[in-house]
Ligand binder design. Sequence first.
Ligand SMILES: *Cc1c(COP(=O)(O)O)cnc(C)c1O
Length: 450
Amino acid sequence: MNELDIARLVALDRHRVWHPFTPMQEWARATPLLIERAEGNYLFDVAGRRYLDAVSSLWVNVHGHNHPAINAAIRAQLDRVAHSTLLGLSHPTAIEHADRLARLAPPGLEHVFYSDSGSTAVEVALKIAFQYWQLIGRPEKRRFVHLGQAYHGDTLGAVAVGGIDLFHRVFGPLLIDTISVAPPHPFRHDLTDPEAVRDHTLGELRRIFSRHGGEVAAFIIEPLMQGAAGMLVQPAGFLAGVAALCREFDILLVADEVATGFGRTGTMFACEQESVAPDILCVAKGLTGGYLPLAATLATSRIFDAFLGPRSAGKTFFHGHTYTGNPLACAAALASLDLFASEAVLERVQARSATLGRLLAAQVRSLRWVGDIRQRGLMVGIELVEEGTRSFHVEQFIGVQVCDHVRTNGVILRPLGDVIVLMPPLSITEDELTVLVNATADSIAAVCQK
Ligand SMILES: *Cc1c(COP(=O)(O)O)cnc(C)c1O
């Protein structure tokens, strides 16, 4: 694209496009990067420059961009039908995909409710849980419990079970009342031993469930890793402990695997690593390989069956989004699942995760400004500190600075506050991991030294 065309687009972008999670005044002062095309693990801007997509286009891309198998599946579906509704009709692609997904999911999750985003998957989960207790004659079970600093999306129900002050505080007056428990993370506690932190948090939960369990509908959790909180890793045994408590107190367990699902933590779903089968599972982001918006909320037969009855009984789940179960998106999702099998993706992720861990230990761990490195599979958070455990001043926006700098090294990253997130596509190669870690170490040193 020539410079005039680019300048015109930049001007239009500033005027017309209101970007998500973006301070727009500042945005208008900088020159935005315009991505025109992509290939494998790389994005190309309008000037033809190449960047490693090391955050998977915001945690969604799985097998790389422009993958011939996913492209072909979408094209084949496009030649049949681009969209038809699931309200009053069905279609083969959604049916086949729902069957495949339910077979892959933790045991018991037999029924698939489609929607379009992680936030809607969570809304659906909360409303299903709430209505379930009404339907079985326990309407007093209507509250939700969640972890502090949780992130479950940006719609109001999802925000209510979230706990990231910066995003959520302003909407406080609009939200349903929930119960929050501090996340089990040593870096944010006086306790330093992960097992002590785990037992402390499980003890807190037990106290809350003992006192309020009779009025609690569900506990919602991002299993193993709280993503948007800054990649907070949960201690081993925590998730299993939570699942046991939910069973003991008859509280539904909702696993939000919007970020962790589809191999990101090294297994297809994070829940598998602690042999946990939730009552409700939310998936989105990586569901279509990162190609099209699609989400699903899976539920057990215990829950699904409570909604059965004659139309006149009014047990219907009255919820649905217009593009629910879109055929193009379902075709992409099916093709993505095929690739998991044909390319042995999960085995490769295990190997790549080990490599990434080694590279981080060798090149990043020892940097003076690195307070903590947290990793599960190919999800990584690098927490930057000014000295020891003292945080950088918020006004320094150190994470933003590092990620701006790393672009000059041909890598796209996006921070969460002072945490640098690495979340490459599962298709990343060993060589690309080396480039990624070198560039990251380089930029941390260059920016923090100042
Ligand atoms: C991103 C995310 C969501 C929200 O998904 P959207 O598609 O952005 O609405 C929900 N839960 C978790 C854990 C997420 O990481």
